[in-house]
Write a protein that binds this ligand. Sequence first.
Ligand SMILES: [Zn+2]
Length: 221
Amino acid sequence: MQASDIATISHVIEQVQEAAFALKFAAGQSQEGIEAEYTSSLFDIMELYVDSDQAITSFRNAFRRVANDAFNATAEIGWTDSGNEPPVSEELQTWVNGEIETEIGNIDSLFADLRELRKTGTDDEQNAFIANKAEGYAGALIGIYNYAKMSAKPEQDGEWEFGDTDHCDTCADLNGQVHPLNWFVDNGYIPQQRGSEALDCGGWNCQCVIRDPKTKEQLIP
Ligand SMILES: [Zn+2]
């Protein structure tokens, strides 16, 4: 290996680390703020990978670290937006850890796809794929936020209200129902949770919200 190769490698690794650490979760940051930063960090990491000729490892590790941070920060924001002090409850932390593990479990196959794309894809194809994946991965955060926010106020009554999208049977059936928030959580009914197993629609296009049944104030998200 030549000195110039080593310089290139360490430069790329530096950039990956920067992209990962660009994600700084200052106190008081909003759910949307984190989602936007997470999206661009994931985009940068994947793009740096396909633009390089380096092995997957450091990129995959950066991706994992960012996912871990974004999930934890989002859960904490949900928890505090419901009026609680950090840290989140042990129960919630256990659930978040499980979600992180599942998400990280998907990363290997993502990078296998990226490796193929790096060999054969045009710049446009690579960009479109990466943008789509970054958005898809970041879409998980709203479910984390809603779950955390609901778990933080279990006794609070909420009324499900469906959004402007076409409604699956589950969401249509939930529309107008009033229950304590922990009833929704216990049944897996988390509004807008992408990949939901409890909602027929899988939550992919869900715009449902939960309101206070009396004041109609939006509680979730
Ligand atoms: Zn819905």
